[in-house]
Design a protein around this ligand. Sequence first.
Ligand code: KDG
Length: 347
Amino acid sequence: MKRLFTVALTAMLILVLAACGGNESEGKSSNGDGSESGEEKVIRAGIGLNDKHPQYKGLLKFKEIVEEKTDGSIKVETFHSGQLGDDRTMIENLQINSQQVVIPSTAPMANFVPEFSVFDIPFLFPSEDVADQVLDGETGQKILDKLEGQDLKGLAYWENGFRDLTNSERAVSSVEDFKGLKIRTMENDLHLDAFKALGANPTPMAFTELFTAMQQGTVDGQENPYATIYLQKFYEVQDHVSNTHHIYSPFVFLMSKTFFDNLSEENQKIVKEAAEEAGEYERKLNREANEKYLKKLQEEGMEFTEITDEAREEMKKKVQPVVDEYKSKIGEDIVDEVYKAVEEASK
Ligand code: KDG
């Protein structure tokens, strides 16, 4: 008898709890991230650079704006130095919504949306100002829109910057000096083919593996903006730096489309505007940083070699056949549109 009473009481308790739970969830819809609307949501945001880089300071600014404007209903957890994986892994994390934000260079993104390679055409952007106008304008937005087919939402362009060559073998002042250098490139076929055209022996590699590869001599050199070269302490394993300025590299502030689509309209506006405002802040920090870091690289013992305008023109000639080949691979229309936008912005 007692056992029967216990079973009946337990059954009643389970029914009461289920009824309460049912009412609670009825008014809420899943946000695709396991949380319920109206509850606190968490954005896991990861980058590959370390916490000294302007990109991480920009991410902290994004966190500050979003948490303030949503009164803490959206929390941003930040991860740096590849804690959540390399760029390609983190982009794939967004596609399954196990991570909600990553801010990679455009180069690895070409593996998801080929049109992003247009921004890796050597010598495309003549200045940061022209890059800002093109990226933040209609053409830049058109390319961001292509991400939606990959379960990705592009919210803003940030700045990696003009890329410069370092190596541990020799001073590089002209095309001849590239011959045979084992150069790490980002995982992007255009970068690979451009360095082959310059006479180098390029290897595509994730950023997370780069320092060790230079330390062990697997590669002789790499190319990145001064801020990255200095803040990631590449001067510890590299002897020479040249101002090749061969590509202006944008970052793209990416969000999981599933997560974004499950936000209220108000919160979608908040995260987009926060990505844009934090991007302006990051661009400013990055430009101030790049100016001062070449001097610091020399103070750390790196030998700087000036690339003259004539030598740069020689580099442009060498890579032109690659640019022509990729115009059809990327899509003639979008390449022509970007070049036209660059011309307009340069006036
Ligand atoms: O995650 C770090 C990368 O996004 C960035 O540094 C890209 O310039 C880059 C490189 O060389 O991989």
